[in-house]
Design a protein around this ligand. Sequence first.
Ligand SMILES: NC(=O)C1=CN([C@@H]2O[C@H](COP(=O)(O)OP(=O)(O)OC[C@H]3O[C@@H](n4cnc5c(N)ncnc54)[C@H](O)[C@@H]3O)[C@@H](O)[C@H]2O)[C@@H](O)CC1
Ligand SMILES: [K+]
Length: 209
Amino acid sequence: MKTLTAEEMYAYEKNIMNNKGVPSNVLMECAARATVKQMKQTISKNDGITVVAGGGNNGGDGLAVGRILHNEGFQVEILVIGNPEHYSEQNRLQQQIAKKYGVAIETHLEKIDFTKTKVIVDALFGIGLSRPVKGVPLQAIEKINRAKQARVYAIDVPSGVSSIEGKILGSCVMADETMTFGFYKHGMEKEELKNVFGDITVDDIGFYY
Ligand SMILES: NC(=O)C1=CN([C@@H]2O[C@H](COP(=O)(O)OP(=O)(O)OC[C@H]3O[C@@H](n4cnc5c(N)ncnc54)[C@H](O)[C@@H]3O)[C@@H](O)[C@H]2O)[C@@H](O)CC1
Ligand SMILES: [K+]
């Protein structure tokens, strides 16, 4: 399996954005729609869906997934974790859109009941993870992993897996499925990490360089 490191993936995305003129939010919408399409093969309308989003663009993907599913009649709640001062531009935009469509956005981990939700979307960290997870994000990862009744969909990579080093940085989400974009990410080629990613689907999200 050919995999790309975070650095190679950022360079690829940058080329598409700068040299082909495809805006970041277009890539994000395509990534989100690809994720929703994959999820709809296994989820049903009665399933409660909890999106756990970070403050970066991986969180932006999660927010877009949550908003699309909400608009299609699914029961969705979104938790956004992170310092509001550090939300990425795309993350802010996705929060604004989701709110305007009436999606419930929570920012306190303790307000979310992980023991009942049937579906969890892990959008805490993607290829931007650069150090071991601590504090509230770590608590969120632990809560996700304890929710055995839920099917866990990781966006791009399970949070806690470093696509820079191709390994787990301390602790990570154990996903049932991982939806990744463009290329497989460093770490996915490793046999010993197979149960971290679950079933992996790669979607080209429609753009080539
Ligand atoms: N237009 C784009 O750039 C696209 C981005 N995509 C998504 O964007 C993701 C990458 O987004 P970002 O570059 O914003 O990065 P992430 O969303 O993966 O990470 C966000 C932030 O977390 C911080 N961080 C790193 N390690 C941390 C830790 N241990 N604890 C707390 N904070 C930590 C970093 O400073 C980073 O700014 C991809 O994985 C993919 O899901 C996709 O939407 C495809 C298009
Ligand atoms: K993730």
